[in-house]
Design a protein around this ligand. Sequence first.
Ligand SMILES: C[S@@+](CC[C@H](N)C(=O)[O-])C[C@H]1O[C@@H](n2cnc3c(N)ncnc32)[C@H](O)[C@@H]1O
Length: 504
Amino acid sequence: MTKSVEKRQFGDFQTPDELAWEVVRTLKLNHKISPKVIVEPSCGKGSFVRAALNEFINSKVIGLDINEQYVEAANLSISGYLNSDNATIYQSDFFNTDWKDLISTLSGDILIIGNPPWVTSSELSILNSQNLPLKSNFQNRRGIEAITGSGNFDISEWMLLQYVEWLSNREGTIAVLCKYSVARKVIRQVKKRSGNRFSGYVYLVDAKAYFGASVEACLCILSTNINSNIDYEVYKNLEAEKASYLIGERDGLIIRDTVKYEKWRHLAGQDLKYLWRSGIKHDCSKVMELERIQDALFQNGFGRKYNLEENYLYPLLKSSDIGNGRTLDYRKLVLITQKSVGEDTSIIQNRAPETWKYLIEHQEYLKNRKSCIYKNKPLFSIFGVGLYSFKNWKIAISGLYKRLSFSLVKPLDGKSVMFDDTVNFLSFETEEEAKFIFRLVTSNSSLEFLDSMIFWDEKRPITIDILKRLSLKAVARELGALETYLQWNNAIQIDRGQLELELL
Ligand SMILES: C[S@@+](CC[C@H](N)C(=O)[O-])C[C@H]1O[C@@H](n2cnc3c(N)ncnc32)[C@H](O)[C@@H]1O
């Protein structure tokens, strides 16, 4: 096995001593902990063991790691310490260790510290690695999917939830370096399972500087030493003296900034008329996206040119266009083969014979699309399409960009604009209505409310799920524009048939 595969399967990013020491000092100074015993369940070359021996000179320290050489290195590195007898470091596989038994032999306040492996279960299955919790370890409890809420989970998430269990009926602190997204998932689980048993703190850590990793990382602290705050304090780094914001649970959701959320909570609610949608999903850009060469001549992603009818082609704006506010022009067109999901596509043959010929010529590419959503669907099917796609005016935002920047999108060359499936949008028949709703969506109150819920480190931070939590009616009320809002709501009565179609 190559070194890099090995490093990946063991999620091996050794913590620099400097960071481990900073973590331990933060625990001692800011959180005033004085543990009797310290456990490092995947101690690697031992940076946390050394930091612990330095700062908590009388505490007992236990370090385990699956890697024999790391254990040797860790043991060697503490041989000169005056209190090295306080430490026991040995080789053990986390998933084969009888933790219940080990923890029960330790008395007094406990600190579980470290930096568990940075790897996900799906990365492990790609590497065909066995470095996973054994089924027998959790079969008698709830399945791992039930525990983590997902088939793909971070190994560190699973380990952290184990640590939480170890502290279910004893006092102590957990302090681990992990992805910020993992910390959030753990917080959600802890709230669900243990209520307010733990107080929590998150210190953001510059993973690029310390580990060369492009991921938002943090020190996540969970302590049975509870404070009066049910929310978790988030600090922008380990030196910060004041928390930047408080994460917590509200209305069944994990909220990034609970103070801001509380301020605008009256804007929460669902709008029946204005439904956020995502753009077209076709999974075959080389065939479905074309550039106009001249008049009716178009070039596809393979560089081949075709004469096609105009009636199935629409201007396409991608996430990068929307994210950068480029909405007045378009580079590509997209073939929209259906007016609604599941619609029979054979009518294209009569309505646009050249387009049909083009699709037939490329049907293998379309048939080979991996996603199971295309199975048993009409030939050349697309998703994310409905009557709403063909409305002329749109308010769009890229789900991928890390800013709340909405664009008002008008029809281009007389046709409604389509988006890719990473763009979220609302659509309207008229410019006037679109402009009115645009004013609501881009008001300071809306932006603050949405911002309070968005975790900006997510790959796709702005989701439909978040956008739809904003009640445009409540925003209209806030801005003194409720009457206009109601006029728009009453002016165009959505008939039930249309609504049902739109909800598909
Ligand atoms: C992210 S590194 C951190 C090491 C150390 N805690 C530190 O902070 O420097 C993860 C460590 O987990 C160890 N590891 C991976 N899988 C393990 C397992 N199943 N049992 C115990 N240790 C494991 C790796 O050998 C590696 O040393």
